[in-house]
Design a protein around this ligand. Structure first.
Ligand code: DGY
Length: 320
């Protein structure tokens, strides 16, 4: 008899076909999350679960899943899963690093460029028929080339962003709790600075750090007040790392120049006051959303699930 697995979202059909070669698959096949009661009921007889970063796996649902041995996230972040509770219950947790690095760095770069050169705002204005005459000061933006890029979270994606910045002649500074080895710093021409120095010196402050409760509101009113009035903030990490209400105030009062925001507190709901601002570019958590990356992420999560349920330790196991 094949082990039973749950698929919590509508992923590409290729993933389900591959899973069916190994498992009896209970495919939710919907873009809507299972509600907690139904999730618990459907996990009750499952050995594995393939889930999205928007599906919470709490201690309570874990307690309702006595046969569960593997929880495989389609995503590099895994703050939706109570990993400590999984570890206590003997459940392997996996994520999908590497395969989305360059794609997410591309989106980060696109947001940075879009907000600094005000592309969506200018495009909207053109579509609305406002373009009457050539103007010397039409839709002036801020230079990206040769500016200072400040990265919070210089992991894989941060380093991929630094490679893009090098092509634009930028100076890269970064802040991690632990400094990178000297050869990696040299490779990216990147300098470690403390948090306050990064906020004061960067023209573009980019957040790429993983979420944990420790970094809840890592960027709030106090941090935003240290930034240059000409600087931009880009958040592609996780909602909650930035205090969105404080960011909205800083943008409204022009205490910073602009922001690119891909992740929000409480998403898919978000603070509607963002919509009244003309100096922010908003995207709906699409950092890794290319066809190629999403396929690779899905397949990697499937590999992890197969490995976990055939007695191997999956290569992306994150339990400590
Ligand atoms: C991730 O992988 O963590 C992204 O946020 C979603 O793809």
């Amino acid at each position: 008899m094949k082990p039973k697995v749950l698929v919590t979202r509508k992923f590409f059909p290729e993933l389900v076909v591959r899973l069916q070669e190994h498992f009896e698959v209970d495919d939710h096949a919907s873009n809507e999350a299972l509600d907690p009661v139904e999730l618990k009921a459907r996990l009750a007889d499952k050995a594995g679960v393939l889930l999205s970063v928007a599906d919470p796996l709490t201690a309570e649902s874990i307690a309702a899943a006595p046969q569960l041995r593997a929880a495989c996230n389609v995503g590099v972040g895994y703050n939706n899963i109570d990993v400590a509770a999984c570890t206590r219950a003997g459940i392997m947790v996996t994520n999908t690093p590497d395969v989305l690095t360059e794609t997410t760095a591309d989106l980060t770069w696109a947001l940075l460029m879009a907000v600094s050169r005000r592309l969506p705002m200018a495009e909207r204005w053109l579509r609305e028929g406002h373009w009457g005459a050539w103007r010397y000061d039409l839709w002036l933006g801020t230079d990206v080339h040769h500016a200072t890029l400040g990265i919070f979270g210089m992991g894989r994606i941060g380093q991929a962003l630094a490679r893009r910045a090098a092509g634009f002649g930028m100076k890269t500074i970064y802040h991690n709790r632990a400094r990178l080895p000297a050869d990696i710093e040299a490779q990216h021409n990147a300098t470690w600075v403390d948090k306050e120095t990064l906020l004061r010196e960067a023209d573009f402050v980019v957040l790429l750090l993983p979420y944990s409760p420790v970094v809840q509101h890592y960027i709030g009113a106090a941090e935003l007040s240290l930034m240059k009035p000409t600087a931009h903030l880009v958040n592609v990490a996780r909602g909650g790392i930035v205090d969105d209400a404080a960011l909205i105030t800083a943008l409204r009062e022009r205490r910073i120049c602009g922001a690119g925001v891909d992740v929000f507190e409480g998403e898919p709901k978000f603070n509607p006051d963002f919509l009244a601002l003309d100096n922010v570019v908003l995207t709906p958590h699409i950092g890794s959303a290319s066809y190629q990356a999403r396929m690779a992420m899905g397949m990697r999560a499937v590999d992890n699930l197969i490995e976990a349920l055939t007695g191997k330790r999956p290569r992306d196991c994150v339990n400590s």
